[in-house]
Design a protein around this ligand. Structure first.
Ligand SMILES: Nc1ncnc2c1ncn2[C@@H]1O[C@H](COP(=O)(O)OP(=O)(O)OP(=O)(O)O)[C@@H](O)[C@H]1O
Length: 302
C-alpha cells in the first residue's frame, strides 16, 4: 500500500553527511540541495553531520519540531542513522543515495542524484516498510555475522575506497578467514551449521545489485536469512556469479530461512554489522522484524 505525498505541505530537514565517500569527493550535492530548496520554495533546512551518530540526533530533533520529511544525503550508514530516529514516527524518510552500495535505495527504485533522486522527493509516494532490530540495534537493509562483519570492519578502516581497494581487501580477508559454527532458530525450525556468512536481509540485496536474498520483499513482515556454508577456492567464483545473477538460493552451499525473528548462537563473541556499521556482540544474537514501521518516500512509478 502507498500514498501520494506533497513535500510542499510540510517542513523538511535535509541531513548531509560531508564524510560519506561521494560527498567528500563531490561536495556539490550540498549546493545542489540548497538550490533545489530555493527553486521549489520548500520550507526546508539543510544540516551537516559533525560526527558519527550525529544524524540520528539531527533527525530526532527534526521530528520533534514537526518536520514531515527527513532526507538523508549520504550512503547506507547515513540512511541507517537517520532512519533510526524515524522508526514508528509519523515523519517520512527521503533518500538522496550517494554511497557505494545503496542497497535499500536500489531495492526501492530510488535513483541516484543525477538520475532523478530530487524529482522523487517532489513526485514520490510513501511506502510503509519493515525494519529490523538485532540485539536492540536497528537495521533497514541487511545485517550479518561471520565474513560479512569481518569485511565491513575492514572496509570501514580503509582510507581510500573504490572497487580496486574493495577487491584487494576482500581477497586478503578471505584468505585468512575461518568459518564458524552457528545454531539458528526461527521459531519453527533449527539449523545447525558451519558457515562463512550468515546474513539477514530486509531487502533483496546488499547493494550494487548483489542479491543476497533474491525475492525478498520489504513489506511482508518477514526477514530473510541466508547462510553461505562453504566459500573456498572452488565455490567462491560460482557463488559470486550467483550473487550478481540473483540465483544464490539455487546453490547447494546455501541455506535460507524466513521469519519474523531469529535467534543465532555461536561459540564465541564476535562482531556483527548493521547496514555496514560494525558492533561487538556476544554469543547470542537476537533478530526481529518490526512490520511496516518506517515510512519512506519512493518513486511513484516503480
Ligand atoms: N562529520 C563526520 N565525521 C566523521 N564521520 C562522520 C561524520 N558524519 C557522519 N559520519 C559517519 O560517516 C560514516 C559513513 O557514512 P556513509 O555510510 O553514509 O558513507 P559511505 O561509507 O561513503 O557510504 P557506503 O556505506 O554506502 O559506502 C557513518 O558511519 C557516519 O557515522
Amino acid at each position: 500500500m502507498s500514498t501520494a505525498f506533497d513535500p510542499r505541505q510540510t517542513p523538511i530537514c535535509f541531513i548531509f553527511n560531508p564524510h560519506s565517500g561521494h560527498n567528500r569527493r563531490n561536495p556539490y550535492l550540498l549546493e545542489r540541495t540548497r538550490g533545489f530548496i530555493k527553486e521549489h520554495q520548500l520550507d526546508a533546512t539543510v544540516e551537516l553531520t559533525e560526527r558519527p551518530r550525529h544524524a540520528t540526533d539531527l533527525a530526532r530533533a527534526a521530528v520533534d519540531r514537526g518536520c514531515g520529511l527527513i532526507v538523508a544525503i549520504g550512503g547506507d550508514g547515513t540512511l541507517n542513522e537517520v532512519a533510526a530516529a524515524l522508526v514508528g514516527a509519523p515523519a517520512a524518510l527521503g533518500l538522496i543515495p550517494c554511497g557505494s552500495g545503496n542497497g535499500l535505495g536500489r531495492h526501492l527504485g530510488v535513483p541516484d542524484p543525477g538520475r532523478g533522486a530530487y524529482a522523487t522527493l517532489l513526485r514520490g509516494r510513501i511506502r510503509e516498510i519493515d525494519t529490523g532490530s538485532v540485539n536492540g540495534i536497528p537495521f533497514f537493509n541487511a545485517m550479518g555475522l561471520g565474513f560479512d562483519a569481518e569485511i565491513s570492519s575492514r572496509f570501514n578502516q580503509l582510507t581510500r575506497r573504490g572497487l580496486a581497494a574493495y577487491v584487494r581487501t576482500g581477497l586478503r580477508a578471505w584468505a585468512s578467514y575461518q568459518p564458524n559454527h552457528y545454531v539458528i532458530r526461527n521459531g519453527q525450525s533449527e539449523l545447525s551449521t558451519d558457515a562463512f556468512i550468515v546474513a539477514v536481509a530486509n531487502s533483496d540485496q546488499y547493494g550494487n545489485d548483489c542479491f543476497i536474498a533474491p525475492g525478498a520483499q520489504v513489506d511482508d513482515g518477514l526477514l530473510n536469512l541466508t547462510v553461505l556454508k562453504r566459500v573456498n577456492t572452488f565455490t567462491a567464483l560460482p557463488l559470486a556469479f550467483r550473487l550478481f545473477r540473483g540465483s544464490i538460493d539455487r546453490s547447494r552451499h546455501v541455506a535460507r530461512l524466513t521469519g519474523s525473528h531469529f535467534r543465532i548462537e555461536r561459540p564465541a563473541a564476535g562482531p556483527i554489522h548493521t547496514d555496514g556499521e560494525v558492533h561487538a556482540t556476544g554469543t547470542v544474537v537476537d533478530i526481529e522484524v518490526r512490520p511496516r514501521s518506517l515510512r519512506i518516500l519512493v518513486p511513484s512509478t516503480p
